[in-house]
Design a protein around this ligand. Structure first.
Ligand SMILES: Nc1ncnc2c1ncn2[C@@H]1O[C@H](COP(=O)(O)OP(=O)(O)OP(=O)(O)O)[C@@H](O)[C@H]1O
Ligand SMILES: Nc1nc2c(ncn2[C@@H]2O[C@H](COP(=O)(O)O)[C@@H](O)[C@H]2O)c(=O)[nH]1
Length: 187
């Protein structure tokens, strides 16, 4: 069986990675599978263990790093986030196109380890719109919103490290652009 493609969907917090990813996953012809990350962040009310994330304590996360069990990991605004390696390898072996929805530090690590990965950076139409989206989601405290926006300004400066940059103005247009990129990308 042909090994699947590794796809990194990155971009600042609140740009709409999760929203666009949900649209992409409705298209079964793309043969996508989602890599569920591990995090020390507390679950939001609508989040489910093992679906949105594997929610763990700091010791479990640090042990996982020490065991070499993460493909990449980063500290982002006070919490650890990382990609369990075994799961990604298994899904790729099964021929799935595996989506990592991750922030910039982790994406840069994967680019080094897996230069063939398809890397896509989602940009907002403007920083003002990004702020509206983060605030509109009502999941973060004021302090965290400010930290995430500060981080976003720096993250956007790295966009040229990615193979593709896609603006998320309209969710369906962004989904269509990314679907086309996935279909046409050759490893
Ligand atoms: N194109 C769009 N136009 C308007 N609102 C959008 C658009 N895309 C996403 N949103 C909204 O912006 C908010 C943030 O989206 P989402 O949670 O998908 O972002 P994210 O990049 O996955 O964030 P995080 O990295 O923090 O997980 C949500 O309320 C979502 O409904
Ligand atoms: N480097 C990694 N970043 C990840 C991973 N899983 C999610 N993320 C990114 O972290 C921020 C914050 O996420 P949130 O759920 O607290 O809003 C966001 O950019 C995510 O894409 C991961 O495994 N590694």
């Amino acid at each position: 069986m042909k090994r699947g493609m590794l796809i990194i969907l990155s971009g600042p917090s609140g740009v709409g990675k999760g929203t666009v990813r949900e649209e992409l996953f409705k298209d079964e012809s793309l043969n996508l599978s989602y890599s569920i990350s591990m995090t020390t962040r507390k679950p939001r009310p609508a989040e489910t263990e093992g679906v949105d994330y594997f929610f763990v304590d700091e010791k479990t996360f640090v042990d996982k790093i020490a065991q070499g069990g993460l493909l990449e990991w980063a500290r982002f605004v006070g919490n650890y986030y990382g990609t369990p390696k075994d799961n990604v390898d298994r899904l790729l072996d099964e021929g799935k196109n595996v989506v990592l929805e991750i922030e910039v530090q982790g994406a840069l690590q994967v680019m080094k380890k897996c230069p063939d990965a398809l890397t896509i950076f989602l940009v907002p139409p403007s920083l003002e719109e990004l702020e509206r989206r983060i605030r509109g989601r009502r999941t973060e405290s004021e302090d965290i919103v400010k930290e995430r926006l500060d981080k976003a300004r720096k993250e956007i400066q790295t966009k040229d490290e990615y193979k593709y940059v896609v603006e998320n103005d309209d969710v369906h247009l962004a989904k269509d652009k990314i679907a086309k990129i996935i279909r046409e990308h050759k490893i």
